[in-house]
Design a protein around this ligand. Structure first.
Ligand SMILES: Cc1cc2nc3c(=O)[nH]c(=O)nc-3n(C[C@H](O)[C@H](O)[C@H](O)COP(=O)(O)OP(=O)(O)OC[C@H]3O[C@@H](n4cnc5c(N)ncnc54)[C@H](O)[C@@H]3O)c2cc1C
Length: 558
């Protein structure tokens, strides 16, 4: 882990560098020209310049040994600057992850040291024209090359699609089918038979290079097989999902906030109907505050998951999926609302929010689409539901009822309602075998993500109240504001769990008409409706905090 002081200094240098070298006019120009600014990417990755690479490489290989929490902080900051540049710089970590988790000691030493010392740019080559979400459909092959009965190398043939840094990387991790199963190989640029296409003309992240790769009988020595054992590729890819999905979650968070941080100051200056937009509830309570609540709920989940990975709890794939799902969906909603918040100006290039919206769109697609995240989340929690005979989320809810007894204003009671309702919806789905409908299974994934994030934000608000947040945790909001955000978000999560849950249970034929009123009561729907009381005053309070009016209002009230 990097000391907090060093992390803060690195983030500051990053911000200052971006201010100087990547002002809005430059970003708009590069976006229009569809150009990846390689000089800037190289500068950011060079060990003697910004050296972002060093943050992530273990100290024994010449890096700074950053942990998952450090990675999240850097990814968010990078995304606030530009998601295309962030993708270009951080593709190296994705590309080198198979090495970090699966390589032999010599391979780690060689490649991780080269990344640290030479600022080597990596690309991660998994996706193929026919194998996207389903990597098992992989067609690229790696045939053994033998000498005297010993495997001395491999010949790789196939095509890779949509590879970030595909046209500019120095080295590539390539997933290919060996006789022993899918395996990662390291292939350096320029080897015979290895070519890439022209960069894709993309909707967003136009400052990143994305290209298809072609491998035609490319020879690599046997020591380029990551880990030295065939058939470990999918496991190695799985082993880092918690971590890599957290990186993309931080991208969604950073981009969402980048958009809101343009909309918020804009709305203080834009006068319509005699007053700034920032003073109009119909504006702030629709376009700004709910997006802040969703982003901060996602942040709470990201921060907790990062802390748990750093504490050695394993790769936490499902939690990584929840974090990615919530943060990237919230980032997209926030960027879209920011266009609306700027009206006609928002729809033009000059005001940047439309670029951020195009950029953040990728985060719900790459590193596992939102639908794949819903499936991952739902399948895992479904198993837990079955194993605990339906008690898992009731037991979780109880923890929040206890938390509510200690902190009555952090929304823990509302989070508990969301968790109880979720447990009942899942139980109803089990009894009526509703998950045979894939749509129901995936909708459960969404409800689970909302309920778990509401719990996480309530916990974070309680920690803030006790002054116990980790020193690197984001402190944009104080304890009172976090508590209000938590109450806003948990009301939404509870309503979704009960109302949407009921909708899908009824929609899939899980209950007859006569049973619906009883099910509404079991789900706690009347209580969840009553708990919406106070929502407008919480929205008012958060708007006041965002616009710096809270202290003044408190003074006037006193
Ligand atoms: C700009 C960009 C950069 C990228 N960078 C990289 C990179 O560096 N390395 C890399 O390896 N890949 C990269 N990718 C590829 C990316 O990870 C894939 O595009 C993504 O995983 C989805 O795969 P696909 O495009 O084949 O879509 P598909 O898998 O065909 O999915 C299409 C749609 O169907 C849905 N879907 C798929 N399966 C199911 C299912 N079983 N049930 C229900 N719905 C389903 C998906 O959610 C999606 O909405 C990049 C892509 C882009 C666009």
């Amino acid at each position: 882990m990097i000391p907090n002081k060093t992390l803060k200094l690195s983030l500051k240098s990053l911000r200052e560098f971006a201010k100087k070298r990547l002002p809005d006019e430059t970003l708009i120009d590069l976006d229009a020209r569809d150009e990846c600014p390689m000089e800037i990417v190289r500068f950011m990755c060079s060990p003697d310049k910004l050296g972002i690479q060093l943050l992530f490489i273990p100290e024994e290989f010449g890096g700074m040994g950053g942990g998952t929490f450090d990675v999240y902080c850097v990814c968010e900051e990078m995304a606030r600057i530009d998601l295309g540049v962030a993708t270009a710089v951080l593709a190296t970590f994705l590309g080198s992850d198979p090495i970090t988790v699966g390589a032999t000691a010599e391979q780690k030493k060689l490649w991780l040291t080269r990344i640290a010392e030479e600022g080597l740019l990596f690309a991660y080559g998994a996706t193929e024209p026919e194998a996207g979400s389903d990597l098992g459909a992989l067609r690229t092959t790696a045939e053994r090359v033998g000498e005297n009965g010993k495997v001395v190398g491999y010949r790789i043939t196939g095509n890779k699609q949509w590879i970030s840094n595909g046209g500019v990387a120095d080295a590539y991790s390539i997933l290919a089918n060996t006789p022993g199963g899918p395996s990662w190989f390291i292939v350096e640029k320029g080897v015979k038979g290895f070519t890439h296409d022209e960069p894709e003309d993309k909707h967003g992240i136009r400052l990143s290079n994305t290209a298809a790769l072609a491998l035609d009988n490319v020879y690599v020595d046997a020591d380029r097989l990551v880990g030295g054992v065939e058939g470990q590729g999918l496991n190695q890819a799985q082993a880092v999902f918690g971590y890599t999905r957290l990186m993309v979650a931080a991208f969604g968070l950073g981009a969402g906030w980048a958009a809101l941080d343009r909309a918020i100051p804009y709305s203080t200056k834009r006068i319509q109907a005699g007053a700034p937009l920032s003073e109009k509830q119909g504006y702030t309570h629709k376009l700004i505050v709910p997006n802040v609540a969703r982003l901060e709920a996602a942040r709470a989940y990201i921060e907790e998951t990062a802390e748990r990975i750093d504490a050695g709890e394993g790769s936490l794939n499902t939690e990584g999926a929840i974090a990615k799902y919530m943060a990237t969906e919230a980032g997209n909603l926030a960027a879209d609302a920011s266009i609306q918040a700027l009206g006609g100006y928002g729809y033009t290039h000059e005001y940047m929010v439309e670029k951020i919206k195009r950029d953040v769109r990728i985060t719900t697609i790459y590193e596992g689409t939102s639908e794949i995240m819903e499936m991952t989340i739902s399948r895992d929690r479904w198993q837990i539901h079955l194993k605990t005979r339906g008690q898992h989320y009731h037991a979780e809810a109880q923890k929040y009822e206890e938390l509510h007894a200690r902190h009555s204003n952090v929304g823990a009671d509302l989070a508990a309602m969301a968790l109880h309702a979720l447990a009942e919806v899942m139980e109803k789905a089990r009894a009526a075998r509703l998950t045979r409908h894939q749509h129901v299974l995936l909708r459960l994934g969404e409800l689970i993500a909302y309920a778990e994030c509401s719990a996480s934000l309530a916990r974070r608000a309680a920690l803030a109240a006790e002054n116990k947040l980790n020193e690197k945790a984001n402190k944009r909001f104080d304890a009172a504001a976090l508590a209000a955000l938590s109450r806003i978000f948990a009301r939404e999560a509870a309503l979704r769990a009960a109302e949407d849950g009921l909708r899908w249970v009824i929609g899939a034929g899980g209950v007859g008409d006569a049973e619906i009123p009883a099910l509404e009561a079991i789900l706690g729907l009347p209580a969840i409706h009553r708990a919406q009381s106070g929502l407008i005053s919480d929205l008012d309070y958060v708007a006041d905090v965002l616009y710096g009016r809270a202290a003044k209002r408190a003074e006037l009230a006193a």
